[in-house]
Design a binder for this molecule. Structure first.
Ligand code: AMP
Length: 277
């Protein structure tokens, strides 16, 4: 496994790779969710490139950039075991040199949900992912359904900008009690961790109501809210039932819907989602 820290070396190494390249961008502190993407990339490609970069431009000044968990050695040994070919681990200076001034934005799709709580987040995501795509030039790239809006935004960017790659979205990997795996779960106190499966429980409630014929979004959201409010440490940032492609809020679910939420436990903000139908 090669570990590469500069853009020039990454581009040179890319030129030597024969056959299809699968790429998994991450912010490190890896868990089974990340590894599921790495495995999928391995199944579908000749070579696998994983990036580890905590991208400062997708964090607002009030967010957890400096505290974001990091453990490079652990990440590298996990990736080595998965047979990763190249780990790209650039510095901030390498990615955003002095005078850096170019941004990529997806407009409408980034406004609701995560965008309404984190208005500068997606501009950072699309810019770094675009840069990483230009550096790594993957054939296939792998994202998690856990970040449903991010996956849609990246797909839209790739389509609108005619990128020569396929965006593959992989299912959310969960802890045995249903909590979606996330690098941020380590922030939770033991008490908060006990309450955190309420996100998944509320999604299961939505699924159950939907499978019994409920199609009124307000009714489903109302019952989910009641359930979440029973968990004293949980504070709702948003809960939404939206169109799976445009992310516009739905009143009535016709065929399918994205149920998504952000819930805060103290300062830790957890997100989760499920597609109905
Ligand atoms: P991050 O390191 O949080 O930026 O995540 C890197 C990639 O892993 C993104 O495409 C995420 O959607 C994906 N990911 C994170 N958590 C999970 C999970 N629990 N299941 C599946 N994919 C995940």
């Amino acid at each position: 496994m090669k570990i590469i820290e500069t853009i020039a070396e990454m581009k040179a190494a890319r030129l030597k790779l024969k056959g299809s390249v699968g790429f998994v961008p991450t912010m490190g502190y890896l868990h089974e969710g990340h590894l599921s993407l790495v495995r999928k990339a391995g199944e579908e490609n000749k070579s696998v490139v994983v990036s580890i970069y905590v991208n400062p431009t997708q964090f607002a000044p009030t967010e957890d950039l400096s505290k974001y968990p990091r453990d490079l050695n652990r990440d590298l040994s996990m990736l080595e075991k998965e047979g990763t070919d190249i780990v790209f681990f650039p510095s901030d200076k390498e990615i955003y040199p002095q005078g850096y001034d170019t941004w990529v934005t997806v407009d409408k799709l980034t406004k609701p949900l995560e965008g309404s709580s984190r208005p500068t987040h997606f501009r950072g995501v699309t810019t770094i992912v675009n840069k990483l795509f230009n550096i790594v030039r993957p054939d296939n790239t792998y994202f998690g359904q856990k970040d449903a809006q991010q996956a849609l935004v990246i797909k839209k960017m790739a389509k609108d900008l005619d990128m020569n790659l396929k965006v593959v979205v992989c299912p959310t990997v969960r802890e045995p009690d249903g909590l979606a795996m996330s690098s941020r779960n380590v922030y939770l106190t033991p008490e908060q961790r006990k309450g955190a499966p309420v996100l998944y429980k509320s999604l299961m409630l939505a699924k159950d109501l939907f499978s019994h014929g409920e199609r009124n979004a307000a009714v489903i959201l109302g019952q989910m809210t009641t359930l979440i409010k029973k968990e004293p440490l949980a504070n709702i940032d948003y809960i939404s039932i939206a169109d799976t492609e445009t992310l516009e809020e739905l009143r009535t679910i016709e065929k399918s819907a994205l149920v998504s939420m952000a819930i805060k436990f103290g300062k830790t903000r957890l997100i989760d989602n499920l597609i109905l139908g």
